[in-house]
Design a protein around this ligand. Structure first.
Ligand code: HEC
Length: 203
């Protein structure tokens, strides 16, 4: 028994030393333009999918077939999400093509068949990916609005999209947001849509 414990402790120490060595030599490349090894990628994807599946499975999904909810979601999506997740007829943005992992094109995939999982991801975000925890500033109701909108999004063409966004009240999410016009302008420009790039930004 004592011997087993000693052997295990020694093995543990060796693994720890190995891991420290890998860290110390700088072998781990954190560059976003250097894709993960296939095995690391498979591990991270499986861990993410399972993590979301388990946490989202007991979330009750409210009725999402509601025109008002969808409209509100369209305004928020356009203000906060298109810079990474795009919209019908929209070309890649600097963010959408440069982030790693790449943000999925939600104008094509919508909620991907699982509204509860989409709600969970939007509310809590995904660590170290660029996907923020929007629940820090948005109420659940407004997050469901975006889920309801995302369910419709793959069916919309560029004109439908623009009309739906124009008919919404724009950016609003029940606490946290600034109501000043300036804020909306700022978000639109930061995310590279709407008015296009700020003057002076050329490349
Ligand atoms: C700065 C870029 C960025 C912004 C802005 C952003 N996201 Fe994301 N989002 C991501 C990335 C990157 C992922 C994928 C993370 C991964 O692969 O693990 C993601 C994942 C998602 C997913 C899960 C999709 C899937 O198939 O797994 C949903 C749903 C989502 N985002 C919705 C939104 C909504 C709604 C907004 C606006 C409120 C938003 N995102 C804003 C970067 C962004």
């Amino acid at each position: 028994m004592k011997r087993t414990i000693k052997t295990l402790a020694l093995a543990g120490l060796m693994v720890a030393a190995g891991v420290s060595g890998v860290v110390y030599t700088g072998m781990v490349n954190v560059a976003a333009d250097d894709p993960h090894h296939a095995l690391v990628h498979a591990f991270l994807t499986a861990a993410r999918d399972r993590s979301i599946e388990i946490r989202a499975r007991d979330i009750p999904v409210p009725p999402l077939d509601n025109a008002e909810l969808i409209r509100a979601g369209a305004g928020n999506y356009d203000a906060m999400c298109v810079g990474c997740h795009l919209a019908p007829g929209m070309a890649n943005t600097e963010l959408s093509q440069a982030l790693y992992p790449a943000p999925p094109n939600l104008s094509r995939q919508g909620v991907g068949g699982d509204p509860a999982a989409a709600f969970w991801v939007i509310k809590h975000g995904i660590k170290a990916t660029g996907m923020a925890a929007w629940g820090k500033s948005m109420s659940d109701e407004h997050i469901w609005g975006m889920v309801a909108f995302l369910q419709q999004l793959p069916e919309l063409d560029a004109d439908d999209y623009r009309q739906l966004v124009a008919s919404s009240d724009g950016h609003q999410h029940g606490g946290g947001e600034s109501t000043s016009q300036g804020h909306e302008e700022e978000v639109a420009e930061e995310e590279g849509h709407g008015h296009g790039h700020a003057e002076g930004h050329a490349h």
